[in-house]
Design a binder for this molecule. Sequence first.
Ligand SMILES: O=P(O)(O)OC[C@H]1O[C@](O)(COP(=O)(O)O)[C@@H](O)[C@@H]1O
Ligand SMILES: [Mg+2]
Ligand SMILES: [Mg+2]
Length: 324
Amino acid sequence: MQFLVNVLRQDGVDNALISLLQTVGVACKEINFRLHQGALAGVLGSTEDENVQGEVQKKLDVISNDLLKDLLLQSGLVKALASEEEDDIVVGDIDGQFLIAFDPLDGSSNIDINAMVGTIFSIYRANDSLVVDESSFLQPGSLQVAAGYVVYGPATLLVLTTGNGVKMFTLDQTLGEYLLTVKKVNIDPDTQEFAINMSNQRHWAKPMQDYIDDLLKGSEGPRGKNFNMRWVAAMVADVHRILCRGGLFSYPWDRRAPEKPGKLRLMYEANPMAMLIEQAGGRASTGTQRILDIQPEQIHQRVAVVLGAANEVGAVEQYYSHQR
Ligand SMILES: O=P(O)(O)OC[C@H]1O[C@](O)(COP(=O)(O)O)[C@@H](O)[C@@H]1O
Ligand SMILES: [Mg+2]
Ligand SMILES: [Mg+2]
């Protein structure tokens, strides 16, 4: 069994990035511990506060955010960080080599039912400028140097890319180490499984309604095959399933909040997942554009997401292109 640090060295990852990834790994081990203590640690339930997105914060959203933030700032490796749970960027060490954006706890409504949640992160190299502000983060996802997530499920896994494919590491809870368990993830270009919140169907744009209608017609419809559906309601878990056994995931634009492009956040949900999916041979799109090509305008911006099996993402894009 190979330890995380050895695998990264073999891949030629530089020492500073290895240290940063180890720091993220340590914070996630602590989050994992708190999650597993559950009600015993008094960490379940909500706070009295809302985050910048107007969502009620769970206690574990705040605890996870603080654990990551404190360890990353102490590391001296981070010039600034951005988080779902922080209104503004947090400035770190001016000599720090990296910018990191994260969703400290994704799918946090699943905590109440003891279901899968995760931590998602996206890493960029910082430039030498003495000024760091929100604009420093506004780089397309194609410039990420590393991206990944830790999923807290029956086992806790770190799923990571540094631009050389996707690897999965399982946390050995007795050793306290992440051990390599999947060397190279590959997503089949075809699939018969999709993940979308069907309760929003009537609010979607016509191309997405038509696409899903055709999937539901199964072998008698235009697609000529039956499709299965899954929805964990935590992007991290739905994307993890796609990396394990293929499929398509979407959280599309809908007309309940027409001014927002979607529900998911570009910088710390869509971009890191898009890098992982592409590195595993899949595709990640808004329906009309590659996610990794989007020029961000602000750190908390939202985006429509269609990702997974390459041919199926292509099929969704066809429905959107026929609309225009
Ligand atoms: O409540 P819905 O519509 O099922 O939305 C679920 C989606 O919202 C999210 O939970 C948003 O993430 P947060 O829990 O980090 O706010 C995604 O992980 C998930 O895909
Ligand atoms: Mg999230
Ligand atoms: Mg979150």
